[in-house]
Design a protein around this ligand. Structure first.
Ligand code: BTN
Length: 252
């Protein structure tokens, strides 16, 4: 049936029909000792969450899942796992439909035809001593629907074509198969080992972009990302600026 998937043996999958948020379900499992690479997948979410406190509308038909990770790295380093997620998802989409060429929007969205097709919500918990306890990587992918009123233009795999019969389970299975090798490389050799693969698919490199910060919007040329994943921006004034968090927009 659709709930038994072909996934690597290193993952433990919990499939649900409906939950509030898969991130919250994984957090409960993590608190009771669940292992690295435990996954909660749901067909629907009644309280899906996006970045920066936004709502992630989650009707049946799309993919919603969260992955529990317990890498032995510092919290600051763990933040660049969102690049691992984006790389794995881009690979999964290309495997499913080689005619689709995804691009990656800093820091962690995947775009198709310059429109947002997925989002990643990373949440972490630290130990009493300040080390990383666990990390929750929540991923939503628009397979059939997307909100019409999103802040950033959105699309779905269905709209992009060639994915008419794609089920959320097929995409989850493709993702987990792609994720495993990227995760291993990242754990072994660090962010620099995956950086160029991300840059190769980066959206807007060399172009003028806008970065919305809480109190201002920066505009400048997107030069590269640094060794930790920070966005390297050459401001219109010529000054160089490293951005670690913000919402990127492109000139149209
Ligand atoms: C974004 O704002 O771009 C991130 C969206 C993340 C949505 C996913 S769906 C599965 C997981 N559960 C949630 O409540 N959110 C994430």
């Amino acid at each position: 049936g659709s709930l038994s998937l072909d996934i690597p043996a290193s993952f433990t999958l919990h499939a649900r029909e409906e939950v509030g948020s898969t991130n919250d379900e994984v957090r409960l499992l993590a608190e009771t000792g669940a292992q690295d690479r435990t996954v909660v997948w749901a067909l629907r979410q009644s309280a899906g969450r996006g970045r920066q406190g936004r709502t992630w509308v989650s009707p049946e038909g799309n993919l919603y899942f969260s992955l529990l990770l317990r890498p032995e790295v510092a919290i600051a380093e763990a933040a660049n796992l969102s690049f691992v997620a984006a790389l794995a998802l881009a690979d999964a989409i290309k495997k499913i439909n080689p005619e689709i060429t995804p691009s990656l929007k800093w820091p962690n969205d995947v775009l198709v035809s310059s429109k947002k097709i997925s989002g990643v919500l990373l949440e972490s918990k630290s130990t009493a001593s300040g080390a990383l306890d666990f990390l929750i990587m929540g991923i939503g992918v628009n397979i059939r629907t997307y909100p019409g009123d999103a802040r950033y233009p959105a699309t779905s795999l269905l709209e992009q074509g060639g994915c008419d019969n794609l089920s959320p389970g097929d995409l989850l299975s493709a993702f987990l198969n792609s994720f495993d090798p990227w995760y291993k490389v990242w754990k072994k050799d660090g962010f620099m080992a995956i950086r160029s693969a991300w840059l190769d698919q980066a959206h807007g490199i060399g172009k003028t972009i806008y970065v919305r910060l809480p109190h201002q919007t920066l505009s400048g040329r997107f030069v590269t990302i640094d060794k930790d994943g920070a966005l390297d921006l050459e401001l219109d004034s010529g000054e160089q600026c490293l951005v670690t968090a913000g919402d990127v927009f492109f000139a149209s």
